[in-house]
Design a protein around this ligand. Sequence first.
Ligand code: S5P
Length: 474
Amino acid sequence: MDMDGLILRLFDIQAVKFGSFKLKSGITSPIYLDLRVIVSFPDVLAAVAALMWERVKDLQWDHLCGVPYTALPIATVIAVQQSRSMVMRRKEKKEYGTSVLVEGRYTAGQTVLIVEDIITSGASILETAQDLRAAGLQPLHSIVMINREQGGQANIEASGCSVHSVLTLSQVLECLERHQRLEPAVVGQVRQFLAANAQVAVPASPLPPPRPKALPFAQRAALCPNPVGRRLFEIMEQKKSNLSFNPDVTKKAEILRLTDLVGPSICMLKTHIDVVEDFDWDLVEQLRALAVKHNFVIFEDRKFADIGNTVQLQFTSGVYRIAEWADIVNAHLVPGPGIIDGLRQGAKAAGRDIGLLLLAEMSSKGNLATGAYTEANVKAALEHPDFVIGFIAMQGLAPAHPNLMYITPGVQLAKGGDALGQQYDTPEAVVGRKGSDIIQVGRGIFGAADPAAEAEKYRVAAWEAYQARVQATA
Ligand code: S5P
């Protein structure tokens, strides 16, 4: 399809319309370009993608990024046709948390070519460029299908991003006039409009939402309806520790040895009691004694996931009688909120104060605890404030409720992973940037030559990251 052929086709499918239209920039225009419809015309979509590619194929950049929504399919077609990487900017921010705004696989400092259908003031490209920069990327170039010639190009180039276009609005008009698709009066009206609106100001973009306030742990303790949640926040403040340690080893003596070594640095010990080969009740008693000696709480990471009646039995009975010694347990919400009630009844039967964590998110590759499932966990926690003290999560999820705490597994001093899908992020990223409270570390500590010294490194890193957040949002 040549350029004239494409313009005529755009006219025929009503991607170019004449009348009176209010634009995003606020002005009323006699011509309206609506490239959203091209998704229904694969020949047009393919031609648009091919012509845009022609204009930018000699530029250097790492990823394409379409401005949502109209340009997303265009960018996708270019990416697929040219075997180039794309990233995707999320337009709607999630209601909660510090959600990722730019999806895809990229590293900080890489460059981006922004793809857009139309520019008027350039505001949409500037918004996308802003989010790309916030994600550490550099929006270097942009390519647009039709430039309305109303100042957008200058506005975008002033921000350091070059603008390339396939067509200008004058060229569209001239072609339609030459092929006698328009009344001369309409052509005159549009030309007059373009002359009068050669520079459209970029509407002031709303300020980014303020970072949620991080309160000192002592203040959060006072907001906690659950006694265990309250005690844990108090221990965190007293010991200057938001480090939880899990000695995931299978011998009783080794668990006790590691726990005694790292005890001074931790606020919480996390156990997987069912992996211990020589479990006996003495192990439980010795762990409880260490919890008193070093002042930490014990979290049995049992991940309950059955109906209320069954989890109540699993919690209170069997070999491990978890409700008799754990301060904190956790559960998947898959069976529905009945699991929370079942566990609460178990805690009541044991006559002890116990707090529950919901597994709102997980650290392993490909896990399904995302989106609506994560949101359902937040809702359930808010509905059971006396028992649910927080979440296993990869980030802060409900910053408006500082009584809820976030424990994040998958933490090591360097980013990475293991052979079975575990993914690691750093204490600074998890606590400092993503809004989590407690880092959950296992192999990073007990795999080190000197676990006590290593635990101290994690304690300091996580504590300083939280203090920096408190100060930054004070
Ligand atoms: O999503 C999760 C949830 C949990 S509780 N990902 C996890 O890794 N965990 C637990 O955290 C896991 O069972 C293990 O005990 C710990 C991570 O251990 P590490 O050795 O990888 O630090």
